[in-house]
Design a protein around this ligand. Structure first.
Ligand code: KIV
Length: 265
């Protein structure tokens, strides 16, 4: 299992990091047997698992339930687990933020991910100094969807690109061990990556970052209607699953299931 000190080593060795979101025990068990480096219990669970239209509905309790399920799923082959600090959990004072991070680590995470550094500097430093590793997240930070006016590519102007670089350096200064860059032009992702000693993990940030992350259900092609430019689906999951459901349904209605061999005598 990769550990926090390995992240910088992987960047130095130019060995890219792979991260996938995971919210439940059955996929966690599958992923435990895979070479994927990091499992992220993202606040995207509010959308993917609970059907909300944004991540602002995520809560510490909900993320903790998903973290615990994933941690149980990888018991036989542990993986590095990162848990999202959900909407506003970093903004209710140091004590609240520490308690939230504590709940996520006690549920089974090895690190937390914090969206945005402005106003979160002291919390991030405090968590790091308390032994709670922090992964940063900049660019299209979905918890800011209302401020951004939608899910749009970020850091598109020179001024915004300067902010991105400054914010990335602040994360590094506060002790973050890695940084997610989401939906930013690849030129600025490349520049930011070159200016940091901690690895960047991109989603919609081009190839010149130190790792890549995708949402599991997107990677598996569960939602063919969701086709952002950055997404590569590695399976036609929607069709494969529909095919299996239809075959079961047809076997049931045609009385082909169960057979004698599948029945107790
Ligand atoms: O919540 C999430 O799934 C994320 C990734 C997209 C980086 O934060």
């Amino acid at each position: 299992m990769i550990t926090v000190p390995d992240f910088k080593k992987r960047k130095a060795a130019k060995q890219a990091l792979s991260m996938i979101t995971c919210y439940d025990s059955s996929f966690a068990t599958l992923l435990a047997d895979s070479p994927i480096d990091i499992l992220l219990i993202g606040d995207s669970s509010a959308m993917v698992m609970h059907g909300y239209d944004s991540t602002i509905h995520s809560t510490v309790d909900a993320i903790a339930v998903h973290v615990a399920a994933v941690a149980r799923g990888v018991r036989h082959k542990p993986k590095f687990i990162v848990a999202d600090m959900p909407f506003l959990s970093t903004r209710k004072g140091l004590e609240y933020g520490v308690a939230a991070a504590e709940a996520l680590l006690k549920a089974g995470a090895h690190a937390v991910k914090v969206e945005g550094i402005r106003g979160n500097e002291s919390l991030v430093s405090h968590l790091v100094e308390s032994g709670i590793p922090v992964m940063g997240h900049l660019g299209l930070t979905p918890q800011f969807v209302n401020a951004f006016g939608g899910m749009k590519v970020q850091a598109t102007t020179p001024e915004q690109q300067d902010w991105l670089v400054q914010d990335a350096k602040t994360y590094e200064k506060c002790g973050a061990f890695s940084l997610v860059l989401e939906c930013v032009p690849q030129t600025i992702a490349t520049k930011t990556t070159s200016l940091l000693s901690i690895p960047t993990i991109g989603i919609g940030a081009g190839v010149n970052v130190d790792g890549q992350v995708l949402v599991l259900q997107d990677l598996l092609g569960f939602n063919p209607g969701f086709k952002p430019k950055f997404l590569r689906s590695y399976l036609n999951g929607y069709e494969l699953f529909q095919d299996a459901f239809k075959k079961f349904h047809d076997d049931v209605t045609e009385k082909r299931f169960p057979s004698d061999q599948e029945s107790y005598s």
